[in-house]
Structures are given as structure tokens and as C-alpha cells.
Ligand binder design. Structure first.
Ligand SMILES: NCc1[nH]cc(CCC(=O)O)c1CC(=O)O
Length: 314
């Protein structure tokens, strides 16, 4: 079936945060350009409701995805749109990731109302809810005090405005998409702050039972091949590390001249123990590279860090 032969509107399921809606509209625009009718359906997830707990304490996997996945199963939506970073490393058997959209810049940024703010200059309180960012801050800026900062981007920026922190750390992608660029005080280097697997890309999920022709038409319009291979590698790494967002692991794949490069690692919660390894291969090896690199990281001390994190959390 060609795109122009799909007659009923594609029902796009999304969370209700402004960033989620931006992503859903981004998908809708692409499908529309390709001649498809679309409908956006907003669904509230547990991650949107429970704002007083750190993500690693809510515990359940897929706090931002569960309700959307239920809607895919019962057929009330055709596709679910997620920040790729928020999608569990293993998705349920009856669902599949249909596409990864072209990535935005992948790095983290410092957001502050003080335009001359720089990390590490004097005593500072930094808001972040990510164990990865917290651990990396402790390593590279040992004098910094980190403080929980959850909620959607608007909520976090409001907390910053209220004076709860001197600055907060966010992914550039969300900041750019919400047009908060003017509040960026510092761009963090990819050498030190390796992003979380999937950061900056939008993932499209569907039920395996979605009509074959519909899947093909959607994939054709929404998938970005280069991004796809990078995310396959990063997500294979995450899965093999037994990731989940509570583990401070990170992975960044890049593709240049048909060579896939994967840099990934893990850091202890106190920031003292950092392991970063790197691998180069072909796009056909993306999945295997992720698995292999995870095993290298595990064998070079990653298993020790994971064990220590599990003990600290227990
Ligand atoms: N877990 C929250 C989340 N999921 C995706 C993004 C940012 C945009 C992206 O990486 O696609 C964010 C916020 C952040 O980390 O700043």
C-alpha cells in the first residue's frame, strides 16, 4: 500500500508534556507531508503523574511508556511516539520499534538564569534527576552539590527560576525543541558527558499486528537510517548492561563514511570509578557491537560497578 492509499487517519499516541507533543506534531507533520491523514491522541503515563520521587525510586520499568503500550495493544492508537531515551532496552514481545527519527545534537547542556554561569566556579547546587549526570558531575566537579530535579522541562525550569538550584543539566535536544536555547550557559563536551543511549532521537513504536503495508509506509517516512543503526548499537549496549534509567551507563554511536563508532561505559554513583570503551565496525554489526562493547565494559570493571550500585540501592 502506498502512503496515498492509506485511507483512515494514522492515530498517533503521545504523552501530554510539551516536549512529547512537539515530538508527536513533528511526526504528524512528516506523515502529513507524505499525504497521510493523522490524529493525535494524548495519553497520561505514570511518569507524568508521580513527580515527587526520583525515577530510579519509582522502580517500575517504562514509567513513561506503559500506558501508551497498552493503547497500542488494544488498537486505540496505531503508533506511539517516545523520546528514544525513555524507551526500555527490551520492549514487550507483542510490540516493535518501527523507526528512529533523525537525531538532534546529542550533548547535554547547563541551563541557568545567570548567563555567565560555569560549572565548577565556586559552590554550586545543580538540579538533575539523572544518575548518569549526577555521577559525572561528581567526577568532573567534585565540589558541586546535586539536587533532585524531576518533572517536564517547564516544571524543571520553574524550579530553577524559584531559586532551588544555580543551574540544571538537560539534554540539548529537548532544550532546542522547546526553544530554551537562550538559557544555555554551557555546552558539555561529549568527551566527559557521554549521553544516555538514545538521547536526541524520537522512537516510533507499534503493535506487531499493525498491517504490514501500514508499517512499511510509516517506516519509509519516519525512519532515519543513520540514526537507526546508531540506536541499534546503543540500545544493544544498554540491554546487555542490564540498563534501565537507574544505572549511570551511557552510550553514543556515530556513523561516518559507513563506519559505525560506539563509545560507551558506566560510572560509579560517587563518580570515582569510570569505565569508557570504544569499538568501530560496520552498520551490519550494530547490534553485535553493542553487545560486545557491553561485555568488554563489564569485564573491565563494569560488573564490579553494577554490583556496587545494586548493593547501595538494596
Ligand atoms: N528522561 C526525560 C527526557 N527524555 C528525553 C529528554 C530530552 C530530549 C531527548 O533526549 O530526546 C528528556 C529530558 C532531558 O534529559 O533533558
Amino acid at each position: 500500500m502506498e502512503a496515498d492509499k492509506i485511507t483512515s487517519p494514522i492515530r498517533i499516541g503521545t504523552r501530554g508534556s510539551r516536549l512529547a507533543l512537539w515530538q508527536a506534531h513533528h511526526v504528524a507533520d512528516k506523515l502529513h507531508e507524505a499525504g497521510m491523514e493523522v490524529e493525535i491522541i494524548t495519553i497520561t503515563t505514570k511518569g507524568d503523574l508521580v513527580l515527587d520521587k526520583s525515577l530510579d525510586k519509582i522502580g517500575a520499568k517504562g514509567v513513561f511508556t506503559e500506558e501508551l503500550e497498552e493503547s497500542l495493544r488494544n488498537g486505540s492508537i496505531d503508533i506511539a511516539v517516545h523520546s528514544a531515551k525513555d524507551v526500555q532496552s527490551t520492549i514487550p514481545d507483542d510490540l516493535e520499534l518501527l523507526a528512529f527519527m533523525e537525531r538532534e545534537k546529542v550533548h547535554d547542556v547547563v541551563i541557568s538564569f545567570n548567563p555567565t554561569f560555569k560549572l565548577g566556579e565556586g559552590p554550586q547546587i545543580i538540579g538533575t534527576s539523572s544518575t548518569r549526570r549526577r555521577s559525572l558531575l561528581k567526577r568532573f566537579y567534585p565540589d558541586i552539590i546535586t539536587s533532585e530535579c524531576r518533572g517536564n522541562l517547564q516544571t524543571r525550569i520553574q524550579k530553577l527560576k524559584d531559586g532551588q538550584y544555580d543551574a540544571i543539566l538537560l539534554a540539548y535536544a529537548g532544550v532546542a525543541r522547546m526553544q530554551y536555547d537562550h538559557m544555555i550557559a554551557q555546552h558539555l563536551s561529549l568527551e566527559e558527558f557521554i549521553p544516555a543511549a538514545g538521547q536526541g532521537s524520537v522512537a516510533i513504536e507499534c503493535a506487531k499486528t499493525l498491517a504490514f503495508d501500514k508499517k512499511n509506509a510509516l517506516r519509509e517516512v519516519l525512519n532515519h537510517n543513520e540514526t537507526y543503526f546508531c540506536l541499534v548499537a546503543e540500545r544493544a549496549y544498554l540491554r546487555t548492561m542490564e540498563g534501565g534509567c537507574s544505572i549511570p551507563s551511557f552510550a553514543l554511536a556515530t556513523l561516518e563514511d559507513n563506519k559505525l563508532n560506539l563509545r560507551a561505559g558506566i560510572i560509579s554513583l560517587d563518580g570515582r570509578d569510570l569505565i569508557v570503551e570504544e569499538l568501530t565496525g560496520t552498520t551490519a554489526e550494530a547490534e553485535a557491537m553493542g553487545e560486545q562493547l557491553a561485555n568488554v565494559v563489564l569485564s573491565r570493571g563494569g560488573d564490579r560497578i553494577l554490583k556496587q550500585i545494586r548493593e547501595e540501592k538494596a
